[in-house]
Design a protein around this ligand. Sequence first.
Ligand SMILES: [Zn+2]
Length: 245
Amino acid sequence: MYMKNMTWGEFNANKDKVVILPVGSTEQHSYHLPLSTDSVIAEGVSEEFAERIGGIIAPTLCYGYKSKPMSGGGPLFPGTIDLNGETLIHLAMDVLEELCRDGIKKIFVNNAHFENEAFLLEAIDIVSRRYPDVKILESNWWDVLSQDVIDKVFEDVPFPGWALEHAAITETSLMMYFAPELVREDAIPAETGFSPIPYHKYPIVKGMVPDSGALASAKGSSAEKGRIITEAAVEEFVRIAKENF
Ligand SMILES: [Zn+2]
């Protein structure tokens, strides 16, 4: 199912399948999660999704648009490697166009980094105008979760909203599920007490977000919650793929 492990001949013989493009980032995720968190989650969800629909997983885009202080902690953490918006648009455009040129007709862009979406949609829109016969879908695992699933995951802690769910319960639980060996459980920061400002401020300066880089606490995370989120998201992705492809 991984395109990177196929020969060109094998890829060529499977062009009728859905190609899933996971998109992540290289971004700080507090004291307890690795810089690859968004990419690991994008790929993990894509793997279960691909299994269900017999899809092909294209190589993951592991860099994303700039981390914003109020949704990702911002750029002032070592190891956060951000792309300019223009770069991400062109990166995604080039990859999507190459897939279209190869004769792929069904593409699902599976994004796992909050700030990427507008730039991915711009790339998809431009490519779509050039290749109107190719269907391209885009979604994020958090967008397809029902209120029931959110209630279940946050039954013992309050839900802080998706922007603050950075390195918090959902991402930590997903990492415990997909890659427990990469989670430093002892280093999970306690309640941050952080309340975001309702505007953006440039230049971005230190002190706008907690030192840990977490915007809400990850206490209460579990691999089981990660499994619940993954199953629900994959179920929806499968439904969306069946409905549209
Ligand atoms: Zn993240």
